[in-house]
Design a protein around this ligand. Structure first.
Ligand code: UD1
Ligand code: CA
Length: 455
């Protein structure tokens, strides 16, 4: 493929059914934290599409708004009535007329098609085909268009409802998306009629039209798992499962150990380094990077967080957006961290909340420490210096700064800044009454015996 070769991707996102039973448009439902539409936009971009048109329906303007957020350069075309896939593609006629070399047609509800697959369809155009379609061997072909071949050549695609009984036996099905040579695309699309069982303009007829114009149509094959579409929530879960299967595999091949891969859930953008170990039951929300040699212990939840080299997280830790863990720092069990930097080698090992804070290198935060960052109106910052030692069960009332090397006595409520290397104790002084317990026990026993005797 020459780099000079321009490519327009037309993404069909109009005409969804009713099976999602949702206020949210189908193509905006997420798989691994990114909308179905977002997956498709990313995939066509990586296949080299330099222009994108998204065809939406007038009932779902949100789809256009979301498209522009993800890809400000996209053109939005509206299909005003649902008259078939070719009709939908022609809604983007203005974009088609711009004279691109390759036209890719993708479905926004088919999120798992890999960039390599779109690129392979383009490769078939570069090899001389006017139309390249993607086929798959369907376990259950019912409902899909069938690819009719003759002498090894693709002759036509016949929609399920229009098949003859013999054609119905064909297992090779149409995945839906295709690539068209830019120089022929408009002529082919405009020659498509609606003479079929559903009175729709079928994109699939591009094959028969191309053949009748003496042009070549070819089929490339993909696994069924790659071309699965989403029409209801069960299929949404199916797409999620397939995405996770792929991502786990990729992460392991890149050098991470997943002890029980089927229990680890990634986001579309999770980045995992080498020699990272991820224990069972870990969930990654969007925006997480884990550097080499880090360990994520079981049952941790991470989102918008950066985990530094050889850092340790969990078990049962929660990292929220804005968390940055430096090299060899440790965040242990039942610890929540939000918008905070934890310095190199610092330890926050047990039952703690660190929010809107910075913790210096090698500081030690005792069990049960809480940064009191919120007064109901504004969030304030806690700064803890390098090598500071915060005793267990302390409340640090922000805004507050603990100097380098300072000590905080356990159980303190710290409301004022603490100087470097000082000891701050913010709790009432301990009182001791000599022999009190002995006297108490004696008197209490006597009272109980007297009461019993009186009964
Ligand atoms: C389509 C293919 C079929 C293929 C199947 C794979 C056609 C005619 N048929 O059938 O060969 O096996 O996909 O899943 O292309 N759309 C619009 N506007 C419309 C109609 C559809 O935007 O007027 C969009 C839909 O939102 C969807 C896509 O095009 O994203 C496919 O439409 P759909 O009606 O689901 O096509 P199928 O009947 O499943
Ligand atoms: Ca469909």
């Amino acid at each position: 493929m020459q780099p000079a070769c321009s490519c327009l991707a037309i993404v069909l996102a109009a005409g969804e059914g009713t099976r999602m039973k949702s206020l949210l448009p189908k193509v905006l439902h997420p798989v691994a934290g990114r909308s179905l539409l977002g997956h498709v936009l990313s995939s066509v971009a990586r296949a080299g599409a330099d222009a994108v048109a998204v065809v939406i329906s007038s009932e779902r303007p949100e789809v256009g708004e979301q498209t522009l957020k993800l890809l400000p350069s996209a053109r939005i075309a509206t299909q005003h009535e649902r008259r078939g896939t070719a009709h939908a593609v022609l809604a983007a006629k203005d974009a088609l007329k711009a004279g691109h070399d390759h036209i890719l047609v993708a479905f926004a509800d088919t999120p798992l098609v890999r960039p390599e697959t779109f690129a392979a369809l383009r490769g078939a155009l570069a090899g001389g085909a006017a139309v390249a379609v993607l086929g798959f061997e369907a376990q259950d072909p019912a409902g899909y268009g069938r690819l009719v071949e003759h002498d090894g050549k693709l002759e036509a695609i016949v929609e399920h409802k229009d098949t003859t009984p013999e054609q119905r036996q064909i297992k090779l099905c149409n995945a839906g998306l295709m690539a068209l040579a830019g120089e022929h695309a408009l002529a082919i699309l405009e020659a498509i009629g609606d003479d079929n069982a559903q009175r729709e303009f079928y994109l699939t007829d591009a094959v028969a039209v191309a053949r009748s114009h003496g042009l070549e149509a070819v089929v490339l094959k993909a696994p069924e798992s790659e071309v699965q579409g989403v029409n209801d929530r069960a299929q949404l879960a199916g797409a999620e499962a397939e995405f996770q299967r792929r991502k786990r595999h990729a992460v392991m091949l890149e050098g991470a150990t997943l002890i029980a891969p089927e229990t680890v859930f990634f986001s579309f953008d999770t980045e995992i380094g080498r020699d990272v170990t991820i224990e069972p039951n870990v969930v990654f929300g969007p925006g997480v990077r884990v550097a080499d040699g880090a360990v994520i212990h079981a049952f941790s939840h991470l989102e918008g967080a950066e985990v530094g080299p050889a850092a340790s997280v969990g078990p049962y830790a929660r990292l929220r957006p804005g968390t940055v863990l430096s090299e060899k720092s440790r965040v242990g069990n039942f610890v929540e961290v939000k918008a905070a930097d934890i310095g190199p080698g610092a330890k926050v090992n047990h039952l703690t909340y660190i929010g809107d804070a910075s913790v210096g290198a090698a500081a030690n935060i005792g069990a049960g420490t809480i940064t009191c960052n919120y007064d109901g109106f504004v969030k304030s910052k806690t700064t803890i210096g390098a090598n500071a030692f915060v005793g267990s069960n302390s409340s640090l009332v922000a805004p507050v700064t603990i100097g380098d090397g300072a000590y905080i006595g356990s159980g303190s409520v710290i409301t004022s800044d603490v100087a470097p290397d000082a000891l701050a104790i913010g709790r009432s002084r301990q009182v001791e009454k000599e022999g009190w317990a002995k006297i108490f026990r004696k008197e209490a026993a006597a009272r109980k015996a007297a009461k019993k005797a009186a009964e």
